[in-house]
Write a protein that binds this ligand. Structure first.
Ligand code: BMA
Length: 314
């Protein structure tokens, strides 16, 4: 099999985390952010409680494969204004980006008005400070770039407003992480494996060839939705410009824990870690029920973006 068509190999002892690993009652654990801090691997787990609302809990590991889950939740829906009404139904799908010595967490705040993007930060994985709710509803699937570009913070997000093509990946800019604008569509769903919607999966990773990102594509079928993963490269100076694009998906649900669960046929990475040997560990939610790990070589992912010079339109 051509390696660049299927760059990821699953960890043989997947799933690496299930609800049996959570030290308190819950329904499911999935869609985790991932990073390294003080030589340890950290996952910020999305845990869905027995009411069906999500919160975030830390898990840590020395090897990136075997994780110990903290005994208590880390970030719960905020109890007071101005956040309460927007987080009332939970915090979902966190993605983490280190800028300097600060780790910024971007998450979906979910409440009666719908989903919108929240941003907060930590320096020590103990305290967590909310910065803002950065977008209006409906918006989810956001991630920050790990450095400012031309003096601005840059965020990918996925607004799904009225009219036009819904479910496109957008890019926005901010001088201060609070006020966001200059928004543009980056990638729009096209008939095929991601024909219904697309959204960022993992925060951008800087490579010599460009910003490498994984994104998910949704296909609506007679049997329900299929969530699969694509890869692209964005220009280092102008990330609105796609410089490498893989026309096919590179990872999709195949194993029984990805095919069966609360939401079948879903793989949903929110975090990845680049290792010193240039392999990448990708952590993904499987069927909205548990967490899997898969590894790829960075070179194979970049190669996948160079299989077809045709770039998609906006
Ligand atoms: C998306 C997100 C994810 C979820 C996926 C599949 O819209 O809400 O949290 O994993 O659907 O249910």
């Amino acid at each position: 099999m051509l390696k660049h068509l299927h760059p990821f190999e699953r960890f043989p002892r997947n799933p690496i985390l299930t609800r049996d690993d959570i030290p308190y009652p819950c329904n499911a654990v999935f869609n985790a952010a991932a990073t390294k801090f003080q030589n340890k691997y950290f996952l910020i787990l999305r845990i869905e409680d027995l009411k069906g609302h999500s919160h975030l809990t830390l898990a840590e590991s020395m090897d990136g494969m075997h994780f110990e889950v903290h005994p208590d939740p880390w970030i719960m829906p905020f109890p007071d204004t101005p956040y309460e009404i927007y987080e009332r139904y939970g915090l979902e799908d966190p993605r983490i980006t280190q800028i300097g010595d600060t780790y910024y967490l971007v998450y979906t705040a979910y409440g009666p008005h719908g989903p919108r993007i929240g941003i907060g930060s930590t320096r020590d994985f103990e305290g967590f400070e909310r910065i803002c709710l950065a977008t209006e509803v409906d918006n989810k699937d956001a991630a920050l770039f790990p450095e400012k570009i031309n003096g601005h913070y840059v965020m990918i997000n996925r607004p799904s407003g009225m009219g036009g093509t819904r479910g496109s990946i957008w890019i926005s800019y901010s001088p201060d992480l609070i006020y966001w604008g200059r928004s543009r569509a980056l990638l729009t769903p096209e008939p095929g494996w991601g024909g219904h919607k697309v959204g960022i999966s993992t925060p951008p990773l800087k490579t010599d060839e460009g910003w490498l990102v994984l994104y998910h594509g949704i296909r609506e079928t007679a049997a329900g939705r299929l969530y699969r993963i694509g890869v692209m490269l964005l220009d280092l100076e102008n990330p609105e410009h796609i410089v490498g694009y893989c026309p096919h998906f590179i990872f999709g649900p195949e194993e029984s824990y990805e095919r069966t669960g609360d939401v079948p046929n879903v793989v949903f990475p929110c975090g990845w870690i680049l290792e010193p040997d240039n392999t990448v560990k990708m952590y993904y939610g499987a069927a909205d029920t548990c967490i899997g790990l898969a590894e790829a070589r960075l070179g194979d992912l970049i190669h996948a973006c160079q299989t077809d010079p045709t770039k998609p339109g906006r």
